[in-house]
Design a protein around this ligand. Sequence first.
Ligand code: CUA
Length: 416
Amino acid sequence: MRLSSFLSQSARWGRAALALGGTLLLTGCNLNFWRMDGHQSTIQVDGPVARSQLEVFYVTCWVTLVIFVLVGAVLAYATLKFKARTADDEHAEPPEQSHGNPLIELSLIGLSILALVFIAVPTLKAIWFTYDVPEEQRDNAYEVTAIGYQWWFKFEYPNEQIDGVGPLVTANELVIPAGRPVRVNLRTVDVIHSFWVPKLAGKVDMIPNRGNHLWLQADEPGYFWGQCAEYCGDSHAVMRFRVIALNEADFADWLSREKAPARTLTQTAAAGEAPKIQFASFKRNEYGFSEKWDANAAVPPLNHWKQQQFPLQNEDAALIATGRRLFTEKTCAGCHTVRGHEGLGITGPDLTHIGARTTIAAGLLENNPEQMARWLLHPDAVKPGNKMYTTGYIPNNITLTQDEVSALVAYLESLK
Ligand code: CUA
């Protein structure tokens, strides 16, 4: 090919690349965008399992990039060098063919095998590493069981037994010790779900009648976003959860609070103004805590989670007592448990300490009185097809007035 045409071609490509780069620069001047550090990034990871998986990704990426560049260069060279330039070229004899050249054929086979071996060795190592907690760390590992429901997650702590009750049970926010391997048994009660905390570990399916497991570890205390990663029905996309990793002392604290039965306010314990709930203006946040969280947020999510452990100010004991009564009257207690109060239901999430969680509706909404009211008033609008609405509200003909919702919200938010 003539040098001049090559140069003009290159200039055109250069301009296109500049335009694309400029567009990206203008649309994404967000640091997290460039660091690829969203809540569910698999590139900025925070634990050894996710890190080992990231390494496999990079190895594969680099090997295939080298192959792509080599093949692309040869293809471009051949295309440009041998293209027909004049009418006579159209009928010219093809250049000398190298088909069947043993040296080329054998080297190509050899190089392919080499590339595959280069990818296979770290891949196999990572498969063994990520399959289960390494033997030398097994004594130090913590065990939890995650159970998928349409559309939320139940978490059981088999080694934290409560007298006369059974293992500690919670929902949608999995609290773990930081810096320790955690083995997660994966179960489901209905369809196939998939357990995925991108910054901590790759996804593993929760399959009916099959005991899967994975392990993960958070390097440091932190707040991590999780998501069901296998299509499981109407609200699959909003079947989320959080992992909260705590240092040893905080974790022990949390366990003792969580094992305690639900908090009860005596009528004289608190009196004050009931929090005003803005029924008309729900905050537009479908992301749980928090939509716009980044390094500049006033309160990092883990701190927010810690604040959430304390009772709200201005609790109204009388209103809370009304809420507790309504919890049974409106048949909430048929599906939910508030351990120590009413309710032995197991089809819905355990609510014994729901007020202490940062999110409700399986990680979809922030846990505050406004969002709780929204969730109770319009569960179908928040999470289409959910069982609270389809098998709770509809067949039982449940309607809630705004006063009833205020009382229920006060009660639920008091359950720290
Ligand atoms: Cu559960 Cu998708």
